[in-house]
Design a protein around this ligand. Sequence first.
Ligand code: UD1
Ligand code: UDP
Length: 382
Amino acid sequence: MRKVKVMTVFGTRPEAIKMAPLALELAKHPEFDALCCVTAQHREMLDSVLDIFHLKPDYDLNVMQPRQTLSAITSKCLTGMDGVLESAKPDLVLVHGDTSTTFAGALAAFYHKIPVGHVEAGLRTYDKWSPFPEEINRKLVGTIADLHFCPTPSNRDNLARENITQGVFLTGNTVIDALQTTVIKEFAFGEAILNDLDYVNRKVILVTCHRRENYGQPMTNIMTALRRLADAFPDTELVYPVHLSPVVQEAAHQYLDGHPRIHLIAPLDVREMHNLMARCHLVMTDSGGLQEEAPALGKPVLVLRRETERPEAVEAGTVRLAGVEEEVIFRLASQLLSDRNEYDKMAHSANPYGDGRACRRIADAIAWHFGLRDTPPEAFGA
Ligand code: UD1
Ligand code: UDP
């Protein structure tokens, strides 16, 4: 029997965290020849994930340059993919989410007339500038893709509104699969400060911030609000693993350096990140992935953005949109830090994004699509 050749393509940290468990799942199925291509749109932050999951890519385009422009990333990924697709000739290319790698990977596969599967399909804000450029990337990939793996029912409904109803599978988000392998009770952090923190008597606030639409004034507002919070609440410790983007590094160090209870540290590996999240009091972030992970761990999240494509946890009450104005961020965080009732209302675990079986469903859906199964997988939540 000829194996179905499935190639996963990814390039940034979050794509790697969410695609690694899928790449490993595909490799377990004898009917698939599972190949992995990384663009390395991120270098160190990608390699850290590959190490943790013991994943060795078959192809590495190594495109990262400091302060790379969107056009440079897209064009390098697109031309780099040409050679890879010509030599590997996969039956299906799987891309993830909404990055430049995602868009270029899908477009390259289309140019080679290779079917595309979109993992984490159907997320929308309906604002093309926010998140920028991700909203347009995912819409374009939605147009190109043949198979759409939606984490939630509302993602599936978004696609239906765009008349995309064929090849759509409700799977849950693969990040919940990843989360189930990383959080453990006795965890020793590599970073000394994380072992020394008093997670019981202090309120540890986990911060991340990196979005392009937050560059400039919004990021200044966010950083200023964070410093005011540390000053106003002596029982808090802010831990901020700073993204390697030079723009983010500059902003974080300019506004947050030199405070005894603000800890600016290097990006954490994914195991460290998940275990820190499991121990912290509150998460303040503009990250997409953290909005999915923290609710599963029962941690309240203030989202440092004007909108979110992940309304499910807002509806479940564990995530609140704080926006990007200093005063509002400061007020909402102050409320959670000083009012136990308000905090307790948000601090309960919610799992709208998955049940840990998304990768299995995606693998089964692909097998069914290629005629290797009689029935499609049961939908997430069915
Ligand atoms: C990208 C994605 C964004 C995702 C984010 C996850 C796009 C357009 N954006 O944004 O959707 O949320 O990744 O983190 O695809 N850098 C390093 N080492 C690394 C990683 C990055 O030095 O390991 C620096 C480089 O100078 C690079 C810069 O960070 O130029 C920005 O990286 P880039 O991929 O352009 O955008 P992100 O803001 O990371
Ligand atoms: N993450 C990590 N180390 C860090 C910061 C984030 O491992 O220092 C993980 C986080 O747990 C989540 C993913 O990276 O799984 C989110 O990536 P990021 O915030 O960079 O991108 P986004 O999700 O916003 O696209």
